[in-house]
Design a protein around this ligand. Structure first.
Ligand code: NAD
Length: 299
């Protein structure tokens, strides 16, 4: 049976260490501030934002939350971002994605001051990551990297297959893992919807990261005994309960657990790490903007 990697436990440990970093900032008169902006009435987005705000509160980050109706003009959002860029008490700005169709997502990402871009999606921060000099590592890929470290699955010299090539998970994760840096040095293959034979790739892998948004895409037939499997997927699948759905990852957990070396559950794997790394970036943002050097939790 696989070792189950507990993302809640690792996330709480990092949050506790971040509390100490926040205290050191506070000794210098600095309170880190994170502004979240929601332009959607989607229930899942509302839940994600409130979880992020709650986590801020727990470690002493000041949370500011703004909501804009999904039918409002795009300029409402751009003007709000402009104000937050100028607000010295706000060190991090997070616009919860997706934004409505009439709002140009790329323009939103470019509008955020790169120093306050705690999601790490501004082209300047994407470029820095690719160039091997990351300022803010995107939260979910960074969380995956931390989980691998916590599970003693150093990717250095290993064959890693990332399934998914989105700008928020697959591509930045591949970039992180291939870097000549701690937590990197892997040989990375990126699979996606046009990959011919995904199983042929995953069967050769030491580490498989599933980030496709397809329930049960990865089963035991697609991995070997020694594989570490990280499941990023969060999918709503029909269920016979009050809500009418339950959350499932991209990995058939029960099947793969029998065979893999280690595996993350959904929920309780990558999800809590995404939030912990958002807090990490916000504390780092405050330190950079206020010129107060502090130690941040290491790998
Ligand atoms: P996305 O839809 O933007 O990208 C999915 C990627 O998977 C695409 O690049 C596509 O080419 C690939 N893909 C789709 N179907 C495939 C298939 N059948 N075989 C191989 N590749 C396929 O999604 P995303 O935003 O990257 O998110 C991926 C999953 O991760 C979703 O389930 C999402 O909810 C979840 N997610 C979780 C967290 C977290 O914190 N746990 C954070 C972000 C995303």
């Amino acid at each position: 049976m696989a070792h189950v990697i507990d993302g809640n436990e690792v996330g709480v440990r990092i949050q506790n260490e971040l509390s100490a970093s926040v205290e050191r900032l506070s000794d210098s008169g600095v309170t880190p501030g994170l502004a979240t902006v929601l332009m959607s009435d989607d229930g899942a987005s509302e839940t994600y934002v409130s979880m992020k705000q709650r986590a801020c509160e727990q470690i002493g980050i000041e949370g500011y939350h703004y909501e804009i109706g999904p039918d409002e003009p795009a300029d409402e959002l751009f003007d709000r971002i402009g104000e937050l860029n100028e607000d010295p008490s706000v060190h991090g700005i997070l616009v919860q994605m997706p934004v409505p169709d009439h709002v140009d997502e790329q323009r939103v990402l470019r509008r955020i001051d790169p120093l306050k871009d705690v999601d790490g999606f501004h082209p300047e921060n994407v470029g820095r990551l690719v160039a091997g000099d990351p300022r803010y590592k995107p939260c979910t890929p960074h969380g995956v990297q931390r989980l691998l470290a916590a599970a003693d699955a150093d990717p250095a010299g290993k064959d890693v297959v990332v399934v998914g090539r989105s700008n928020i998970v697959g591509k930045p994760l591949a970039n992180l893992l291939v870097q000549k840096a701690d937590g990197g040095n892997a040989t990375v293959t990126v699979c996606h919807s046009r990959t011919d034979d995904i199983a042929a790739k995953t069967l050769e892998a030491d580490i498989v990261v599933a980030a496709a948004g397809v329930p049960e895409l990865i089963d035991a037939e697609m991995i070997t005994d020694g594989t570490t499997v990280i499941d990023v997927g969060v999918n709503r699948v029909d269920a016979d309960n009050e809500k009418g759905y339950e959350l499932a990852g991209d990995v058939d957990f029960e099947d793969v657990e029998e065979k893999a070396e280690a595996i993350t559950p959904v929920p309780g794997g990558v999800g809590p790490m995404t939030i912990a790394m958002l807090l990490y970036n916000t504390v780092k943002a405050a330190s950079l903007q206020e010129g107060v050097a502090i130690e941040l939790p290491g790998q």
